[in-house]
Write a protein that binds this ligand. Structure first.
Ligand SMILES: [Fe+2]
Length: 149
């Protein structure tokens, strides 16, 4: 028997799991920079990781927006449609935040502890965004009584 093709919401949930791991790794680097602001390896690794994360998130957001998932959520849980719209609206700003972080670091406007602290804030914001999406998707698709909040 061939395994069935995962549903759009299942694919997105898997991506969220991967993203959680990547975000945790990058937060670990940001913490290290805050603890040892003089090091050179951690900032380089962090910025490479942030650039890779930005590309990955850009693709992830397009996937979420084109997967039919937002409509699926609104169909199953009409009262969360506004929350889903708000989360979708955050996508642009998340990519902007990551780009500014990289640009400012490359221009040496953001170094040492300040880089670590700012990266931590940006990464935390993304993690919270993805958690809120995960929770909406789980409410809509994986609850036994789907359709009830
Ligand atoms: Fe997401």
């Amino acid at each position: 028997m061939t395994p069935r093709e995962p549903e759009p919401h299942e694919k997105v949930l898997r991506e969220h799991e991967d993203l959680r791991r990547v975000l945790a790794e990058l937060r670990g680097l940001a913490d290290r920079i805050v603890r040892e602001p003089g090091g050179r390896d951690a900032p380089r690794a962090l910025l490479d990781g942030v650039e890779a994360l930005r590309s990955r998130l850009a693709a992830h957001f397009v996937h979420e927006e084109e997967s039919g998932l937002p409509n699926g959520l609104a169909d199953r849980l009409p009262h969360v449609a506004d929350r889903a719209d708000m989360l979708r609206g955050e996508h642009f700003f998340i990519l902007e935040d990551l780009q500014s972080l990289v640009n400012e670091a490359h221009r040496s406007l953001l170094v040492g502890e300040e880089l670590g602290v700012r990266a931590r804030q940006v990464l935390l914001r993304i993690a919270r965004h993805e958690e809120r999406e995960t929770s909406l998707i789980q409410q809509a698709f994986t609850s036994d009584i789907g359709g009830v909040d």
